[in-house]
Ligand binder design. Structure first.
Ligand code: MG
Length: 660
């Protein structure tokens, strides 16, 4: 704001004068309605803040840190999936209508919503529409039987290639064998009518099982026959009928979670009376005799189970949902059921959704199906929301592609993440070439606007699936600070990812690291308490230090956190920065490659409020002649900025915003 207004004693200034005006332990605060910057915070429930000391973040923990998020200028929080799930990260949901008990109760969640709303902070839930967890009861029912009403909620087939070719899977565009996973015996057991034939006449005893349409028989009442089919947990041991000599047969309706055994006694297991499959050969093929063993009697499992496969683009633990043809998707079982769960959360006070992996719902990423489907989904949710609200529901989608491929998704949705923002910005900062940035960004926005006039570009640096910004920028604090300044001065609605404001580093699994390493818990204080239990020990301990803690960075005027406080305040308090459209500077633009380190643009709000944004991403100072601009009022600055008459000198990695 006021640093280095007069360029004097620069050498001394370099050593001593980099004090931030926010050198205070008191958090910034906002008056009611003052936060207009549309700044959101992406938060991982499990590793953000733990209120009860069990090492797992929770709703009450988030509620206890709302002052911090408020100070960051945040007006919305995107929560990682809050539903019950089998994994720590929660993207394999097992019940969309409930909350993960690890995170707290519905009352805790409601208390978080109410407390956040009292601070003008909205809450967005993460919704996974592409797939459920393998443990979801819908999938448990679907995989058990083709007659289940849930069977068609997923893509399940005994012959995926042929069924795909026959058009049975409308959400799939391409048959990819590696996306199809076996339904294992343990998954389904068997339900149906089977004929059993036991042959004890030879030295090798055999069991032959065939699928049957003959009438089922009741258990033989002739107690002289000691040969039984045992389905296990139900306790039923059905006595077979002697058909010839030592050959026994029976036709039964089988309903077993695991398979069968053959017994030569219905009262004892002893003396080798239990006959099963030899180890390693326990999956029986219908029609093929299975050699029985009474010394290593493994459960006899039915080949039927392994004939069936299901499709899951993200692996076997996440079966994809099948919404049918997009023309009728809104009538499909999973669409209707999922929408009803959203109604519940809207009723509780949830303000919006972040949609996961939407380009995979219909697996032609660049076709028209996903935008069409998402439009129906948005309209359904918005209609629910509008029953009790006068504004539209918020929804932002993860469409992980370039801007040109993201743009069509705005046909269906108000907001999409802009992955190209970070792709360009990291290049700008690492190549120290800023002159093309504004032109590139404006180009992306024209693509979106062609699809939706009020398209929201959700800008960001990195998320929970990407190598951390700090690692990409070589843990160069000056670059990290400038990344924050770019994010808060560009057109769009920015997201800050948990820990980014603290300079957290780490490589994700795509870069030879681990996903947990980019999901590190927040270290709140010098005692280094943090919610790390769910990360299974996969934590870079060098991150969990006093030095990087919130407590320490609040006190350090030169910390990255204080830089974030500074720039988020500037954005929130400037209409031009918060809601303005970008336009090129007349001199310092993509044509001025002689000063390629300069990124410059105007931000202009609809009411005419206007700001000039200047960034020097170079490693040396640059002096700019700005005779056509007003230089009297700085809204924000970073690094060494000096004004003299109509010139501005920007030191290395320096930024400034002037009110126009
Ligand atoms: Mg906890």
């Amino acid at each position: 704001m006021k640093r280095f207004i007069v360029l004097v004693a620069m050498a001394a200034a370099l050593l001593t004068a980099c004090k931030d005006p926010l050198n205070t332990d008191t958090l910034p605060s906002y008056a009611s309605g003052e936060k207009q910057g549309h700044i959101s915070y992406q938060l991982l429930i499990y590793s953000f803040a733990d209120s009860d000391g069990d090492g797992i973040g929770d709703f009450n923990g988030i509620r206890s840190k709302l002052d911090y998020l408020d100070a960051l200028g945040v007006s919305a929080i995107w929560l990682s999936p809050a539903h019950p799930a089998d994994s720590y990260h929660g993207y394999d949901v097992t019940d969309y209508s409930a909350l993960n008990p690890k995170y707290g109760t519905e009352a805790d969640f409601k208390a978080l919503l109410d407390a956040a709303h009292a601070k003008g902070i909205k809450i967005y839930m993460d919704y996974v529409l592409n797939h459920t967890g393998k443990g979801h009861p819908w999938f448990a029912a679907a995989k058990k039987s083709e007659s289940s009403s849930y069977f068609n909620w997923y893509n399940i087939s005994a012959n995926p290639a042929a069924d795909y070719a026959a058009g049975k899977f409308p959400t799939l565009n391409g048959y990819y064998p590696n996306e199809w996973h076996d339904i294992t015996v343990g998954d389904v057991g068997y339900k149906g009518r089977l004929h059993f034939k036991v042959d004890f006449s030879g030295s090798t005893k055999t069991l032959t099982v065939t699928e049957s349409s003959a009438p089922a028989q009741s258990s033989n009442t002739d107690s002289s026959v000691q040969m039984f089919v045992w389905q296990g947990y139900s306790g039923k041991a059905e006595r077979m009928y002697r058909s010839a000599g030592e050959v026994y047969e029976i036709t039964l309706d089988v309903d077993s979670d695991w398979g069968v055994l053959i017994r030569t006694s219905d009262s004892t297991w002893d003396n080798g009376t239990k006959w099963g499959a030899p180890a390693g050969k326990n999956v029986l093929s219908f029609g093929t005799p299975l050699a029985l063993s009474n010394t290593d009697a493994q459960d006899i499992l039915f080949g039927q189970a392994t004939r069936m496969k299901y499709q899951g683009a993200f692996g076997s633990w996440m079966p994809d949902l099948n919404y049918g043809s997009v023309a009728t998707a809104e009538q499909s079982g999973p669409f209707v059921a999922l929408a009803e769960t959203v109604d519940k959360w809207i009723g509780m006070g949830v303000d919006g959704l972040r949609l996961d992996a939407v380009k995979h719902i219909y697996s032609n990423e660049t076709g028209t199906q996903n935008p069409s489907f998402l439009g129906k989904w948005y309209d359904r949710c918005n209609a629910s929301y509008r029953k009790t609200h006068s504004e539209d529901f918020y929804m932002v989608a993860e469409v992980w592609m370039g801007a040109g491929q993201v743009a069509p998704y705005y046909k269906g949705l108000p907001a999409c993440f802009e992955f190209d923002f970070w792709e360009r910005l990291k290049w700008v900062l690492n190549q120290r070439t800023g002159c093309y940035f504004a032109k590139d960004l404006m180009g992306y926005r024209r693509l979106y606007a062609a699809q939706r006039s009020n398209a929201i570009a959700a800008t960001k640096l990195t998320n929970h699936d990407e190598t951390r910004a700090a690692t990409v920028l070589g843990r160069d604090l000056a670059k990290l600070k400038q990344a924050a300044a770019f994010l808060m001065t560009a057109e769009g609605e920015p997201y800050i990812y948990q820990g980014e404001e603290l300079g957290y580093w780490g490589k994700d699994s795509d870069d030879g690291g681990r996903d947990e390493l980019v999901r590190t818990p927040i270290v709140w204080d010098r005692a280094a308490t943090s919610a790390q239990k769910d990360l299974g020990g996969h934590i870079d301990l060098t991150l969990l230090t006093d030095e990087i803690s919130v407590e320490n960075q609040k006190k350090d005027a030169n910390s990255l956190l204080n830089t974030y406080f500074h720039w988020t305040q500037a954005r929130n308090r400037s209409k031009a920065l918060s809601s303005g459209k970008m336009s090129a500077h007349a001199i310092y633009n993509d044509s001025n490659t002689g000063l390629k380190s300069i990124a410059a643009w105007y931000m202009t709000a609809t009411d005419g409020d206007r700001a000039l944004v200047l960034h020097n991403v170079g490693s040396s100072a640059v002096t700019l002649e700005l005779g056509g601009d007003k230089l009297s009022k700085q809204l924000a600055s970073l690094g060494e900025v000096s004004v003299s008459g109509s010139t501005v000198t920007l030191g290395a990695s320096s930024s400034v915003v002037f009110q126009q």
